[in-house]
Design a protein around this ligand. Structure first.
Ligand code: FPP
Length: 237
């Protein structure tokens, strides 16, 4: 495939702007999150259409627990409801759902629903949807370092043998390639504790559109933007 036609193998999205969308439309914040489900569906279909193999969505950060309880509860309810409403289409589209983050902090009910979604979609071969849940990059790195230290103590690893690949293998994302392209909607230009290790060579794109307004056309435009980028990975052409 020519440089110009290349498709990112892994896209990661920071779905930002739900709250501002709700405010703009005179709605409650939770309605902004509910409206954020449609662009998730659209993006999944677009990934399957373009042949993107991995899509990571920053769905609930470790910091998000600090939001008002009512908002946190409504997001949890949305997760459970979407397992029921979305699983049939995910299966039909060949989407396999996986999670990164520390899910032990979620209620038993939420953990049950999430596990059910992973189990029911386990055979999807077209696209892997990776939901970052109770995820933050620093927390992921902290957990990885703790496990590395534990394995070193047990003699499974020697400190001299620890290289970049070792660290990657202890992260939640060990099974997946690094993201090629990170999109953050709503015009904010920062990573906010998302995939800091994995984003080393990712291209980034910050469209102004609020997440609930992100359409299939916006997704196609993002692919065009990616195709115009010149990726050198620290090398010369
Ligand atoms: C950020 O917008 C969005 C979130 C913290 C929640 C993301 C959740 C969804 C889009 C629902 C999708 C659900 C599934 C099951 C994938 P914000 O609230 O920070 O927006 P603001 O910056 O405008 O306040």
């Amino acid at each position: 495939m020519s440089e110009h036609n290349r498709i990112p193998q892994h896209i990661a999205i920071i779905m930002d702007g739900n709250g501002r969308w709700a405010e703009k439309h005179g709605k409650e914040r939770y309605e902004g999150h509910a409206a954020g489900l449609e662009p998730v569906r659209t993006s999944l279909r677009s990934c399957v259409k373009w042949g993107v193999k991995y899509l990571t969505l920053y769905t609930f950060s470790t910091e998000n627990w600090g939001r008002p309880q009512k908002e946190v509860d409504s997001i949890m309810e949305l997760f459970c409801q979407s397992v029921i409403s979305e699983t049939p289409e995910l299966k039909q589209q060949g989407v396999r759902v996986r999670m990164i983050g520390d899910r032990s902090r979620f209620s038993q009910k939420v953990q049950h629903y999430l596990a059910q979604m992973e189990e029911e979609t386990a055979h999807g071969e077209n696209l892997t949807l990776i939901m970052a849940l109770n995820y933050s990059s620093r927390d992921e790195i902290r957990r990885a370092v703790s496990r590395i230290a534990d394995d070193a103590r047990k003699g499974i690893l020697t400190p001299e043998a620890i290289d970049e690949q070792t660290i990657s293998q202890y992260l939640d994302t060990a099974e997946y390639p690094d993201p090629d392209f990170i999109i953050r909607t709503s015009g904010e230009c920062r990573l906010s504790n998302f995939l800091l290790w994995q984003a080393s060579y990712a291209e980034m794109y910050f469209p102004e559109v609020l997440w609930p307004d992100f359409t299939a056309e916006d997704f196609d435009r993002a692919i065009e933007v990616y195709q115009q980028r010149d990726r050198r990975f620290g090398l010369v052409k």
